[in-house]
Write a protein that binds this ligand. Structure first.
Ligand code: AHN
Ligand code: ZN
Length: 327
């Protein structure tokens, strides 16, 4: 008698349990589907893009290598079906020289108003002021300059294969690294760094241009690099910083992206934040063990291909891809 009463209950409970997992499965499926839609960042490809830039030689403003590299970047971005513009502007550097700088801007899905800007600098430093030899010679800037551009070219290649929901602008600044050396005998010039971003921030490539946020990549190829949360980024764009660092941790790059605050760094994002008012973070290596707090090869002749690491390029590139394809 008791057994007979239990049977319908067991059936109902059983039914409830069998329903639950099927709902769960659906959400799991959606999650998996979302992850599968995000392209895979190819670090061999990004590394090769760094190598191609470095092979031109130091990309110092007005030199032949700089000219050749600008052509390469424009052709490459055009081949990815971006709308490419070169923004030219006259500048005077701290040493009293006059040049015409070139910011290279590649826009995807220009019809979309909802946009994200990705920044890097494509020039390399004209002196090796942190080296003990050949201090007056320009550097290759494989990490300092080359790595950020290499990662962005690989992201552009992925965008050309599959469009994200949001519009993307890849903006490569010139003359970031022509800043006045500490021991310079020229009169002190303020704002001598980041000349390309200062110009663009005051004169965006498009009337009323706006992006909901920006991400700057600078020195993203050092071996075992640590990316701390830089203070200017955390002041102007705390939510972007959280979004990017959380994404990195979710996909397994917590060794690279550290939830600790590092001091302010004068870099292109400072001008994008203060002059263009686009909340922008800087993903930049921070090394508390070096005197400069940058990578130990910073502004030396050993900033070459031997010190560019594919795993670091992958950690940064995949994180940024996940962020933009989740928008
Ligand atoms: C300063 O040294 C003041 N800022 C560093 C910005 C930079 C140079 N990024 C790459 N090279
Ligand atoms: Zn530099």
């Amino acid at each position: 008698m008791q057994n007979k009463l239990f049977i319908p209950y067991i059936l109902i409970i059983g039914l409830l349990f069998s329903c639950k997992p099927s709902i769960k499965n659906d959400t799991t499926k959606n999650k998996i589907k979302k992850t599968l839609d995000i392209p895979i960042f190819n670090s061999d490809s990004a590394y090769f893009f760094v190598e191609q830039q470095v092979n031109f030689g130091p990309r110092v403003i007005s030199t032949k290598a700089w000219q050749n590299c600008s052509k390469f970047l424009v052709e490459k971005l055009n081949s990815y079906n971006a709308d490419v513009q070169i923004q030219e502007a006259p500048i005077t550097t701290y040493d009293g020289k006059n040049h015409i700088l070139k910011n290279i801007i590649a826009s995807f899905s220009t019809e979309k108003n909802n946009r994200i800007a990705l920044f890097a600098h494509w020039d390399s430093r004209h002196v090796a002021d942190h080296d003990s030899v050949n201090t007056n010679q320009p550097i290759l800037g494989a990490n300092d300059g080359g790595s950020g551009v290499g990662v962005l070219l690989e992201i552009a290649r992925n965008i050309s294969l599959k469009n994200p929901a949001i519009g993307i602008d890849v903006i490569l600044f010139d003359a970031e690294d022509y800043g006045q050396p500490e021991n310079s005998t020229y009169p002190l010039m303020s704002n001598s760094w980041c000349l390309g971003s200062q110009y663009w921030s005051k004169n965006p490539h498009k009337k009323n241009y706006f992006a909901k946020y920006g991400i700057l990549l600078d020195m993203v190829g050092g071996k075992n690099a640590k990316f701390w949360q830089e203070s200017t980024s955390s002041y102007y764009a705390p939510n972007v910083l959280k979004k990017v660092w959380n994404t990195a941790h979710q996909i397994g790059y917590s060794d690279y992206f550290v939830f600790r605050l590092s001091p302010q760094i004068m870099d292109d994002h400072y001008y994008v934040n203060t002059l263009a008012a686009i909340p922008t973070i800087d993903i930049i290596e921070f090394d508390p063990l070096t005197k400069t707090n940058f990578n130990k090869h910073w502004h030396t002749h050993s900033d070459n291909m031997n010190n560019v690491n594919k795993k670091t390029l992958k950690a940064v590139g995949q994180t940024v891809l996940n962020v933009i394809y989740s928008e």
